[in-house]
Write a protein that binds this ligand. Structure first.
Ligand code: TR5
Length: 144
């Protein structure tokens, strides 16, 4: 990975095992996450798309040739999709549209997958809502 930072090294040992990372994550504490530092640019990331309310950047542990995360810049309680309320409809719709913009920019409009892991049983490891945009290879179904 192109990003090297001592603050994330402990986590890097865990990202090779999605379940271990998910179990190590503090479920739904509504506290700060690594994504706050990515949004503030305190920690560098490979930005694919950015606007006033959304940021799309490459996943540090890609599971496909294209693996981009789309996140809201203002979390507003959306630690995970299970926390969504009616007031989040606009941002949720926008994130989905940004996923499509990313797919076009990355040249994978012929086939791409959007994944949201919500909660420990779904292997969520960072409690700041994010869409995974995956493509560039033949995707398998069903996911594990
Ligand atoms: O498992 P969920 O669905 O919660 O997805 C979290 C994703 O964040 C994983 O796919 C991780 O690989 C990814 N991740 C974690 C870190 C990170 C990252 N993507 C880009 N840059 C990252 N940094 C700098 N630090 C991380 N800890």
């Amino acid at each position: 990975p192109h990003v090297r930072n001592w603050r994330i090294e402990p986590f890097m040992n865990a990202v090779n095992n999605e379940e271990a990372a998910a179990k190590a994550a503090a479920f739904d504490t509504d506290g700060p996450t690594i994504f706050d530092k990515i949004i503030s640019k305190e920690i560098p990331s490979a930005v694919v798309y950015e606007d006033d309310t959304a940021l799309a950047f490459r996943d540090i542990s890609p599971q496909a040739p294209v693996h981009v995360l789309v996140i809201p810049k203002f979390r507003d309680g959306l630690t995970h999709l299970g926390k969504a309320e009616e007031r989040h409809e606009n941002i949720l719709g926008h994130l989905m549209y940004v996923a499509r913009i990313v797919a076009e920019k990355e040249g994978i409009l012929d086939g791409f997958r959007v994944v949201v892991n919500s909660g420990p049983s779904a292997c969520q490891s960072v409690y700041h809502l994010h869409l995974h945009v995956l493509g560039g290879r033949q995707m398998k179904w069903p996911p594990g």
